[in-house]
Design a binder for this molecule. Sequence first.
Ligand code: NDP
Ligand code: NHF
Length: 318
Amino acid sequence: MSKVPAVKLNDGRDMPIFGLGTWNSPKGQVEQAVKDAIDCGYRMIDCAHCYGNEHEVGNALKEKITDGTVKRDDLFITTKLWNTFHHPNSVRPAFEVSLKNLQLDYVDLYLIHWPMSYKEDGDKLFPLDANGEFIDGGADFVDTWKAMEELVDSGLVRSIGVSNFNARMIDRVLKNSRITPVTNQVECHPYLNQQKLKAYCEARKILITAYSPLGSPARPWAEKGEPLLVEEPKIVEIAKNHSKNPAQILLRYQVQRGNIVIPKSVTKERIAANFEIFDFMLSDNEVKEIDGLDCGRRLCLESAAINHRDHPFANDEY
Ligand SMILES: NC(=O)C1=CN([C@@H]2O[C@H](COP(=O)(O)OP(=O)(O)OC[C@H]3O[C@@H](n4cnc5c(N)ncnc54)[C@H](OP(=O)(O)O)[C@@H]3O)[C@@H](O)[C@H]2O)C=CC1
Ligand SMILES: O=C1CO[C@H](CO)[C@@H](O)[C@@H]1O
């Protein structure tokens, strides 16, 4: 079985460059998907409280550790703080819910899922006002970040990072905190290759984790008839040149740029095929051609929060 290469994080830890996404993975399927992934060599799983399936992911992790397939230390588990828990006093309790669901005694990487704070209202994850807009929770993400730092101090979290932060927001975190985020997890694929944000982050030793690397074709708000990355003629042509499938080209594109990548699938054959990207190289010219597909097409906008004072994509170029 091939081993996933690791990247070195700015806190000195290693993180697999490739792992399994779990958003939209149904409760009844995600457990098997995580077990299939671990069986074929995946060691990193990307989770989030708001995906509603951490407990099922945890069942799979527990089974694979108990049956001796892997040791806890072989795994790299990421999860994320949801927007309703940004108040500094809510960060640790929210984290503890994830930890319990995942059935772990520590998490490798904890991310602030989005910079926007939403109003906390029990278990309600999407608090909307009468106009269908998210209600501001009033917390400042710098204060949220300081509470994340305390989780590292406690030993319950090994590394911390952010997700969906723009350069200006990262700058504020860097100027007001002790710990540099290890990664910024953002949407990244050939239609939105994040060249500028990547350059900004990497100059500060922050790695990009590419979410929706296949273009998230089954996201709930996908438009009928929209262009699909796996059908993009240039990607299909390059795939043929390498006797690979289009998804493998999209994933190889990310790892070859040094981005961590987290494709989601609950289909056993796809989980296995997506892993087969470490036995070929794209040429410099092919990478350039794929770069040329960038058109700024963003698929995950969190549009009900577009008027939030901390929406990352409303007013900033990157
Ligand atoms: N931080 C954030 O805000 C966000 C983080 N994420 C993370 O990133 C992960 C990946 O992004 P996501 O938006 O899920 O989308 P992806 O781009 O990973 O696409 C997943 C979809 O592609 C299908 N698929 C998987 N493999 C193949 C293949 N080889 N050929 C064709 N289709 C394939 C899957 O179907 P099937 O499962 O049926 O096989 C699924 O419908 C998420 O699961 C989540 O962990 C995602 C969005 C936002
Ligand atoms: O990770 C994600 C997937 O789903 C969530 C709910 O819409 C998004 O907010 C988030 O970006």
